[in-house]
Write a protein that binds this ligand. Structure first.
Ligand SMILES: [Zn+2]
Ligand SMILES: [Zn+2]
Length: 255
């Protein structure tokens, strides 16, 4: 009854034991995992995993803002083809990351705009990554929204002010295990206030392990800790958060 809406299962960290990782996910009552592929090689692997685990693993495909300089039209062609074949459930992750600026901001913005247009063209939701780029991210989402834009702010790490702006734009908000970190009081306050029907949960594994497992590899089964932390903030049961966030994810991704 949990859905991990953002995992990177094709990363080398899962190379040796992915079947066991997915067994543990099933044992932890995960009903689906959305795997994020960010290059052609990851895409091929993700589609293979999805084929091996039908109706369990789903693929999203995009270009991370870090890699904006590697944009090529083939990515757009592939997204169109995969969308038509119903092999991907979202476009992403895409967005802006000014923390490292591994690609120049102007190029990041250009690619972000292009892919937001494309996602609306093929009628798929978008998974948005934004780090230290809130203002530009919101401006671009406003400007590129042709009325069909659907998006989730993944790995939400903002305050309720950003939460409010995102909700006003109709965006979904996805939390990782950062909500379990003792210092993350601002994020937890946002989790408390954001309506449950707007929330999804994710691991972003292999990164961002929950408190108690920090420094170790993260994996989809730990998404349970995210639901637990949100439940605590909202005075709900973990089951209620699990059921609602799963329903939200199914509606958002059409799975
Ligand atoms: Zn991200
Ligand atoms: Zn990610």
């Amino acid at each position: 009854m949990y859905i991990d809406t953002h995992a990177h299962l094709t990363f080398p960290e899962f190379k040796s034991d992915l079947p066991e990782v997915l067994e543990r996910a099933k044992a932890a009552q995960l009903t689906s995992i959305v795997n994020i592929a960010l290059d052609e090689e990851a895409l091929v692997s993700s589609l293979q995993i999805a084929a091996a685990y039908p109706n369990y693993i789903y693929t999203a495909y995009g270009l991370h803002p870090h890699d904006a300089t590697t944009w090529q039209e083939k990515i757009a062609d592939d997204i169109k083809k995969l969308a038509a074949e119903k092999k991907i459930v979202a476009v992403g992750e895409i967005g802006l990351d000014y923390h490292y600026n591994l690609s120049p901001p102007d190029q990041q913005k250009q690619v972000f705009r292009r892919v937001l247009q494309l996602a609306q063209e093929v009628n798929l939701p978008t998974i948005i990554h934004s780090r230290e780029s809130t203002k530009d991210m919101l401006t671009i989402l406003h400007e590129e929204n042709q009325g069909k834009l659907r998006g989730v702010l993944h790995c939400f790490s903002g305050d309720m002010e950003l939460g409010r702006q995102a909700l006003e734009m109709g965006l979904m908000i996805s939390f990782t295990a950062t909500v379990t970190f003792p210092k993350a009081t601002i994020v937890r306050a946002a989790a408390k206030e954001i309506p449950l029907e707007k929330i999804m949960i994710e691991t972003d594994c292999p990164f961002l392990s929950p408190q108690g497992k920090r420094g170790q590899r993260n994996e989809p089964s730990y998404v349970v800790t995210v639901a637990e932390a949100i439940a605590k903030e909202k005075n709900l049961t973990t089951e209620e958060v699990a059921a609602a966030t799963s329903q939200n994810a199914r509606a958002f991704f059409g799975i």
